[in-house]
Design a protein around this ligand. Sequence first.
Ligand code: SF4
Length: 260
Amino acid sequence: MATFLFDKIIFGPVKSRRLGVSLGINLLPVKRKICNFNCIYCECGWTGNIEKSLSHLPGRKQVYEALEAKLSEMKSKNQAPDVITYAGNGEPTLHPDFPGIIDDSIILRNKYFPDARIAVLSNSTTINKPEIKASLLKIDQNILKLDSAIKSTIETHNQPRVNINVKKLIENLAAFNGKVIIQTLFLRGTHKGKEIDNTTAVEIDAWLKAIEKINPSEVMIYTISRDTPEGAELKKVPLAELKKIAALVDSLGIRTQVSG
Ligand code: SF4
């Protein structure tokens, strides 16, 4: 098993399977993961001690300077990104200056590549905070995780370190009034000797009801594609099955994007 941690604030541009040519921003420490989830499929590996890692966060000025230097270099090479993406070594909205950093990014995007989108990949745990929600409403692609609408499944797949009230989470996602993209990772296999699968009929039924209530602009449906901390115990869901799930979402009149 070889999981991966970013060793810089700015990474790429890379060709992302879901987003296009993406310039990545890692607001978490380099070579260290900070997240309040500990997903069994996380490409960054298992979550460690959050408190110990918080002191290693890059400062707002440092992020601004790194992003400006990269965008300026890309401009001089006529190398436009499709999207500037907040992802990296964990949950970007945990950075205490996240709202200010988003404001800076919008200024820099408008200065260098006004046609580029700004995207945030988040695990949805902080959307109850007004300042985080306000920032996510300012960007072009607010991509929020919902791997299941069943609490016990979230507890197994995402191993949250915060309390998740699923009903409230779905209400908060719906409160974006469609200015949200839902990302759902489907997988099956075993975890601690127990069978897991978020594609069963019961799972899909509950998840679809949640999607209908949230009414997002799009649903990104995908499965594992790289090494996971759980290793060989986790299996990809075949593309044909992902497409069947997508067809159910399409029938609600909601756009989907599938990557197998
Ligand atoms: S939410 Fe994202 S960063 Fe956090 S553990 Fe899950 S996959 Fe990893």
